[in-house]
Ligand binder design. Structure first.
Ligand code: G3H
Ligand code: 13P
Ligand code: ZN
Length: 333
């Protein structure tokens, strides 16, 4: 058993309480490799932003759970080396799908876990979430749960609506599970194709797809039911067109990729939404930078020469999110 406290990590409790009060959101960035982690830590240290490092089940399989744990531990020391005196870094399991996986992360030094039982029937979601909460709380590890199902791009707009979190369920769910935060469904979804072209309109000037707005009425109704309770938004990448264009320009093929407009995330960050998950944007930045080097310097074969620019572009992206979208800069001096 390793306690996250010994690793210099923090759970989400205080981070979220401050974020809700202060009208900003904490960035939750996924990482799978060293370059992503370096970029996240540099951006957070430079802006003095609290940060959540997210590890998915897929990341654990890709990078090895032991290595990832020590990387997070190393990240705390790296942050201090960069001059961040009191780093506020949380190591979080993203989309845990079983009690065993969540327990293994708690035992392994994670300071926060998500149990995503949102695809199960309501009572089963409650039972599994409660079991994880009871275990995690013994070690002061915070737990994120999910209610409502994030839309897949294959869904019809009409059926997406029926997957939204039901405001009338949230009090019962939060009370009976004891979860620390709640991921909700209000129209975001994972990946770089969040909406089909049919679900969007087109900007007549640019020809770009304009996605339908998030269901802020559902968010408002949830906040009315659970005043001051920490809300989480998954699937919150904006899919910056500059990266999509770069990828397409340098031999990639991402037609009609579309994300959540940043002004909507800015609005969400000012509410009880205190954790915003971003993964795809970092993947796009990485890929765009690597493709550019490959296209412009076909003779290059030193990975540092293309992973370095990828790291720089991701750092720029993370800083932009922190300062211009989430407003979490300067909140962890
Ligand atoms: O929510 C999903 C995250 O973007 C993680 O994706 O399962 O491919 O690591 P992954
Ligand atoms: P994106 O695919 O929009 O980056 O969402 C990431 C996420 O929700 C991770 O849990
Ligand atoms: Zn997610």
């Amino acid at each position: 058993m390793v306690s996250y406290k010994e690793l210099g990590l923090v759970n989400t409790r205080e981070m979220f309480a401050k974020a809700i009060k202060g009208g900003y959101a904490i960035p939750a960035f996924n990482f799978n490799n060293m370059e992503q982690l370096q970029a996240i830590i540099k951006a957070s240290a430079e802006t003095k932003s609290p940060v959540i490092l997210q590890v998915s089940k897929g990341a654990r399989n890709y990078a090895n759970q032991t290595l990832l744990r020590y990387m997070a531990q190393g990240a705390v020391e790296y942050a201090k080396e960069l001059g961040w005196e009191h780093p506020q870094i949380c190591l979080h399991l993203d989309h845990g799908d079983s009690f065993e996986l969540c327990k293994s992360c708690v035992d392994f030094g994670f300071s926060s876990v998500m149990i995503d039982a949102s695809s199960l029937p309501y009572e089963e979601n409650i039972a599994l979430t409660k079991k994880v909460v009871e275990y995690a709380h013994q070690y002061d590890v915070t737990v994120e749960a999910e209610l409502g199902v994030l839309a897949g791009v294959e869904d019809e707009v009409a059926s997406e609506v029926s997957h939204y979190t039901k405001p009338e369920e949230v009090v019962d769910f939060a009370t009976r599970t004891g979860c620390d935060s709640l991921a909700i469904s209000i129209g975001t979804s994972h990946g770089a194709y969040k909406f089909t072209p049919e679900q969007c309109t087109r900007d007549p000037k640019t020809g770009r797809l304009v996605p339908p707005p998030l269901a802020f009425d559902v968010l408002d109704a949830i906040m009315e039911q659970l005043p001051g309770f920490p809300i989480v938004l998954h699937g919150s990448s904006s899919v910056p067109q500059e990266y999509v264009d770069m990828i397409n320009q340098y031999g990639g093929k991402l037609p009609d990729a579309v994300g959540i407009p940043e002004e909507q995330l800015r609005k969400a960050a000012k509410s009880a939404v205190c954790k915003i998950n971003i993964d795809s944007d970092s993947r796009l930045a990485f890929t765009a930078a690597v493709r550019k080097v490959f296209a412009e310097k076909p003779g290059e074969f030193d990975p540092r020469k293309y992973c370095g620019p990828a790291r720089d572009l991701m750092e720029e992206l993370y800083k932009h999110k922190i300062i211009n979208v989430l407003g979490s800069d300067g909140k962890a001096e």
